[in-house]
Design a protein around this ligand. Structure first.
Ligand code: CO
Length: 205
């Protein structure tokens, strides 16, 4: 069995550091969580939600899966959105993709016989819908980057169209859904919400 004692040791050091910097921090978190944001991101180890937006525990409710998808029939994602908005009162939802996403890249390659290829069919559908735009991009790396962006914009629309957020909006609650993309090469986030309007309207991108 792998010895993970160094991780437990690092945890003790982290907890002590947090408590030293912010006395009473864990006691405060024990009684409640009141996150202000729901983060829907990729499982990729290089894109840790809290770290890249500089927020401590308690501030971000997080859902991550391969290629940051929001599939209408995915009970995991839908339950997370419902809990975050209805129970925790989150009003800002961030869908964050990232350049260099292995899931997005795989969706542009021939299908393989893996479980994950079933999941990535959702990305293939987006690539199929924007086939002409994507084929115009000659550089394969830039094509993957563009599909990363189109995927984020599409997932933002999925969140906006999900019955949970539609109902809350009809009740007058303002649910804002943001589309961001993270570049693992420079550590910076970019807001691509402007692309969402075009994707929602099925306009050329
Ligand atoms: Co990824």
């Amino acid at each position: 069995m792998t010895d993970l004692s160094h991780l437990l040791q690092q945890n003790r050091e982290w907890a002590a550091r947090m408590e030293a910097e912010r006395p009473g921090f864990f006691r405060m978190l024990r009684s409640q969580q009141r996150p202000r944001y729901l983060w829907i991101g990729c499982s990729d180890s290089r894109v840790p939600a809290n770290e890249i937006i500089g927020l401590p525990p308690g501030e971000v409710f997080v859902h991550r899966n391969v290629a940051n998808l929001v599939v209408h029939s995915d009970l995991n994602a839908i339950s997370t959105i419902e809990f975050a908005t209805r129970v925790l009162g989150v009003t800002d939802i961030i869908v964050c993709g990232h350049y260099g996403c292995g899931g997005i890249k795989a969706a542009l390659e021939p299908v393989q016989d893996r479980i994950v290829d079933h999941w990535l069919r959702h990305v293939r559908d987006i690539a199929k819908f924007y086939r002409e735009e994507l084929e115009e991009i000659e550089d394969p790396a830039l094509r993957v980057r563009r599909l990363c962006e189109l995927n984020v914009a599409t997932q933002v629309v999925h969140v906006q169209e999900s019955p949970v957020t539609v109902e809350l909006r009809e009740k007058g609650q303002d649910i804002r859904v943001h589309g961001w993309i993270y570049d693992v090469a420079d550590g910076l986030l970019r807001d691509i919400t402007s692309l969402v309007d075009k994707v929602r309207a099925r306009e050329p991108v």
